[in-house]
Design a binder for this molecule. Structure first.
Ligand code: ATR
Length: 274
């Protein structure tokens, strides 16, 4: 039987997931389809009930449903439970719907695509303490990164993640700015620099150390103000596109049991977004 997948969110029309997944099915000769479904928050419960009833093979979950969907699922992966957010739902062999989170792992894959896996002992500065930062912090830890510091405008939110992680430290943005030279990998997770936003950089990168690695989770624009500032200081930069493609690829792998070709997808989307 033909498999079908979806992405639910509000808004949803801008999502690049349907084109990406459908291109992978075509390339890999998989008899499946992937559709965008606009679900407003008030309708989430009914939408999930319907997806289950109609027998979806799985679906992705995007803003604003990643947290609210947790109690509506039959099972939760341990990492997703800890992160408190789900972006991928998988129909299990037993017909249950299980929630996973592939965002953080997608980020780490994207980072390691660019810099390799040999930097796990370096000091990481995570900027921001929202849902995205929490997912990345858990994934970094799971992948063996040992030194994670979280800087946030609201210190209490950074402290809460550190407590949940059971390691690392929380600092203010000012402390981060004053101590930039201590870190090697900088990960920007605030909305600063998104096309629709008007935010400035969370802080100045004037004292960025030599050989820094700077990553942003935003991919539209590909060059955020953070990455521009980091590149002008000689940093190796990692834009958010790889994270987007790998979170989708990890979901695809959960659903279909093999990893799709991510490098050609990243190249195509880069050309579109330039
Ligand atoms: P997401 O779940 O996508 O990560 P979020 O939960 O809204 O988004 O988190 C956004 C993050 O960006 C937060 O860390 C937020 O800081 P606060 O916790 O202090 O709110 C941060 N952020 C948003 N706007 C910012 C700004 N102008 N300067 C600095 N940090 C900002």
């Amino acid at each position: 039987m033909k498999k079908w997948f979806a992405v639910i969110g509000d808004p949803i029309s801008h999502s690049k997931s349907p084109a990406m997944h459908n291109a992978w099915y075509k390339e890999m000769n998989v008899d499946a389809t992937y559709i965008p479904i606009h679900v407003e928050p008030a309708n989430l419960h009914q939408a999930v009930t319907s997806l289950k009833l109609l027998g979806a093979s799985g679906w992705n979950v995007t803003i604003p449903h990643k947290e609210a969907i947790l109690p509506l699922l039959d099972e939760l992966d341990e990492q997703a439970q800890k992160m408190g957010a789900v972006n991928t739902v998988v129909k299990t062999a037993a017909g249950k719907y299980k929630g996973y989170n592939t965002d953080g792992a997608g980020f780490v894959r994207s980072l390691e695509d660019m810099i390799g896996p040999a930097h796990k002992d370096k000091l990481v500065l995570l900027i921001g303490a929202g849902g995205a930062a929490r997912g990345i912090a858990f994934a970094l830890l799971a992948e063996g990164y040992q030194h994670i510091t979280i800087a946030n405008r609201t210190l209490a939110k950074a402290e809460a993640i550190v407590e949940q992680l059971g390691c690392g430290q929380a600092i203010s943005l000012q402390e981060a700015e004053n101590n930039l030279q201590k870190f090697a990998i900088f990960i920007q997770t605030t909305p600063a620099g998104m096309t629709s936003g008007t935010l400035d950089l969370p802080f100045s990168l004037d004292k960025l150390p030599q050989g820094a690695i700077a990553a942003d989770i935003v991919y539209n624009p590909l060059m955020t103000p953070f990455l521009q500032a980091a590149e002008s200081k000689g940093a190796t930069i990692v834009n958010g596109l790889g994270m987007f493609v790998h979170q989708g690829a990890i979901a695809y792998n959960y659903w279909l049991g093999h990893y799709p070709n991510t490098s050609s997808t990243i190249a195509e989307l880069t050309a579109q977004l330039k």
